[in-house]
Every structure is written in C-alpha cells, then in structure tokens.
Design a protein around this ligand. Structure first.
Ligand SMILES: Cc1cc2nc3c(=O)[nH]c(=O)nc-3n(C[C@H](O)[C@H](O)[C@H](O)COP(=O)(O)OP(=O)(O)OC[C@H]3O[C@@H](n4cnc5c(N)ncnc54)[C@H](O)[C@@H]3O)c2cc1C
Ligand code: FES
Length: 352
C-alpha cells in the first residue's frame, strides 16, 4: 500500500494529460476520466455517459485504467487492440496520457436554449426533416449533433445537424429524424402532435467533423451513411464544398429499397460545388434497380477505395451494425483507426 493511501485511506488523484491540446486535470479516486473532465468544464466528447454510444472513445497513449463496464461491449476488437478506451467508463489506475480532440474553440462551447419546432417535411416514408427555431443562435462544427428534450422531461435524444453551419451561428437548426417504432420521441413525431410540444436543445456535441489539417489536406474521403446518418455527412460535405476543400470523395448511402433514397437535391448541389472528384453511390440491400448498386453498403467499400486510390480517410454515420461493419471493412483495407471517424446512432434498443 502506498504511503499516501496508508496515511489518508484512499489513493492520490491521478494526473491526466490529453493530447494533442495538452489539457490536464487530476482525477480523484473512483472518478472516471469523463466525469472529471466535464467538472473541469472541458468539452470532452460524450453522449450516453454509460458506456454504450462510443462518443467518448479515447486513445490511451500511456498508463493504466480500470473499466467499469468492459470497453468491448461498445468498441470493436480493432479499436481495443489499438488501445482505445471509453472515457466515461475509465477509472485511472496510474497517471495517464490520452489522445482525443476536445472542442477548444470557446465560441462553440455547448449552450442550452428553448426552441420551437417550426417545420416538418417528409423526406422518405420513415425520415422527416425537422426545423427548430432556437431562442438564440447556436454555433457548431459541420458533423456535430444537438441533444433534444421535449415537454420538460429529463430524457434527451441526440440528432445531428443536417446542414452546414453558418459562421455567426444560426437560430434555425435542421435535423433528419428516422422513425424508430415504439420510441418515445419518434413516436411523438410520427404519430402524435409534435408541433404542440415544447423543446429544449443543448449543443453542439460530438467530435465527428472533417479533419483537414496540413497532414490530411489531400487524403481522399470515403463517406458511408445509412438512414438518417446522411444528415451529418450532408452537413460536413456542404461545409467542405463551401470551404473549397479539394479532396476526391465517394459518398456511399445504404437503404433497403428505392423509397429509402432521399436528399438527392442536397447531394447534387454538393457534387456541383465540389472542387475535386465526387461520386454518390446509392446502394440497395433488398431491391434490384438498374440505376442503383446492390448489396450491403459496406460490401462496396473495396470498390470505392480502389477508385479513390491510397490514403483515404473514412467518415461514417448511421446504425451501429453498419458502423461496426464499416470499421471492419475500412481497417481490413488498411485504413488506420486514427483515420476512421464515426457517429453511431444508438438508441435504447441498440444500447448494451
Ligand atoms: C450521437 C448520436 C447522433 C444521432 N443522430 C441522429 C440523427 O441525426 N437522426 C436520427 O434519426 N437519429 C439519431 N440518433 C438516434 C436518436 O438519438 C434516438 O436514439 C432515436 O431517434 C430514437 O429515439 P426514440 O425516443 O424514438 O426511441 P427510444 O425511446 O430511445 O426507443 C428506441 C427503441 O428502443 C426500444 N426500447 C425502449 N426502451 C428499451 C429497453 N430498455 N430495452 C430495449 N429496447 C428498448 C423502443 O421500443 C424503441 O423501439 C443519434 C444518436 C446518437 C447517439
Ligand atoms: S459517453 Fe462514453 S460510451 Fe457514451
């Protein structure tokens, strides 16, 4: 037993340094890395806080942690082998050096505001576009998401922004929401009276955004979306097109049938504005049509990478099984996990 522990009855705080930003803090005995980071006021990426969404995925560069819930419930074997942990489940057992991108721009620190639902459009049979009017402008990075509460309840649901951000922030916030039958919020949206409900939004959250530092500038992009997972990719690609990011890109979108294909106008506008090669590959798993590819969306990763050439980076959003299959396909093709970014759209049925 250490001298500190025998004198004071508990382990001394563990020092944690987070790269590449160099943020540092001390974690008390029994506390998780995420718990402490949030108390320090850091915009540490997270969502569920219970080890199921993967948003707090962090690379352990050095040191030892104890997992409250085994990381393997949420992280893939490839991620575990590469040293990733979940900050919300990690209790430091020594001083730690971690690697995760923390939103450091104070202009996009999360804020909470009241909002009205002012527009609902059908995008497909089970996806709607929602337009919220917030009582103050919100800034976010393309690809991030907001948390929504309704009718004064405590529970929140996460929805990705579905449009490029504007520099000064916007009070009109757009999301794409897919119906999950039996789901508390999406049943209200699809079968109740959502316009009569009251809303609170907090955000932005998450670290799904385009890495376009000097080292990434030329890497081709393979983007993979399923269902409403198109929302953050549209936001990210619209923003990249506006900023004239010059990288070849293939956007793969998976649906079951032709009725699942949507947002064609937004994608055509991105393609027109894109300053390098841009392909859109809609892929149907349950129907065959001449104009669409057939099969599971992740089954087309090899062909897309062949077309893009070496050094591609992966960006994915959608249902958890698609993300897991995508991580597998991309890493099998030699893409390092550091170059694979994703948001898993978990819900109560896919957690745990
Ligand atoms: C980072 C992130 C971003 C996201 N972005 C989007 C987005 O842009 N668009 C989008 O459509 N979705 C998105 N999601 C998913 C979204 O947050 C909601 O989870 C989803 O809309 C379902 O909400 P709900 O209230 O309708 O369903 P919930 O009430 O959460 O229920 C979901 C399903 O689970 C079942 N269920 C409820 N409780 C349990 C239980 N205890 N055990 C087993 N099953 C149960 C329900 O019957 C239902 O079928 C995102 C999720 C995350 C984590
Ligand atoms: S916040 Fe850690 S897994 Fe969801």
């Amino acid at each position: 037993m250490s001298l500190f522990k025998s004198l004071f009855g508990k382990s001394p705080p563990k020092q944690v340094v987070v790269q590449p930003g160099g943020e540092h803090f001390a974690v008390d005995a029994g506390q998780t890395v995420l718990e402490r980071a949030l108390k320090e006021g850091l915009a540490y990426p997270h969502d569920c806080t219970v080890g199921t969404c993967g948003s707090c995925r962090t690379k352990l560069l050095s040191g030892r942690v104890e997992a409250i819930t085994p990381f393997g419930y949420t992280l893939s074997k490839n991620e575990l082998d590469a040293g990733y942990i979940l900050a919300c489940q990690a209790i430091p057992k020594s001083d730690l050096e971690l690697e995760v991108e923390i939103g450091s721009d104070s202009a996009i620190a999360p804020l909470t505001c009241a909002a009205r639902l002012v527009g609902i459009d059908d995008l497909t049979h089970d996806i709607k576009r929602l337009r919220f009017q917030a009582d103050q402008p919100m800034r976010y990075r393309a690809g991030q998401y907001l948390n929504l509460r309704w009718n004064g309840g405590d529970a929140h649901r996460s929805y990705s922004f579905a449009a490029a951000p504007s520099a000064d922030g916007s009070a009109e916030l757009t999301t794409f929401v897919r119906h999950v039958p039996g789901g508390a919020f999406t049943d209200l949206l699809f079968t109740g009276d959502p316009l009569a409900a009251t809303y609170e939004i907090d955000g932005p959250h998450g670290n799904f955004w385009l890495r376009d530092g000097a080292a990434d500038k030329k890497a081709p992009l393979i983007c993979i979306a399923g269902g409403s997972g198109l929302a953050p990719l549209i936001s990210l690609l619209q923003d990249a097109a506006e900023r004239r990011v010059r990288r070849d890109c293939i956007l793969l979108f998976g649906g079951r049938g032709a009725r699942d294909i949507y947002a064609q106008d937004e994608i055509a506008a991105i393609r027109n504005a894109w300053t390098a090669g841009f392909d859109f590959w809609p892929i149907l798993s349950e129907e065959r049509h001449d104009q669409y590819r057939h099969g599971m969306v992740t089954g087309h990763v090899g062909a897309a990478l062949e077309k893009l050439g070496p050094g591609a980076h992966g960006y994915m959003c959608g249902p958890p099984p698609m993300i897991d299959a995508g991580i597998h396909a991309l890493t099998e093709a030699g893409i390092a996990l550091d170059h694979i970014h994703y948001d898993k759209f978990t819900d109560a049925s896919t957690r745990g």
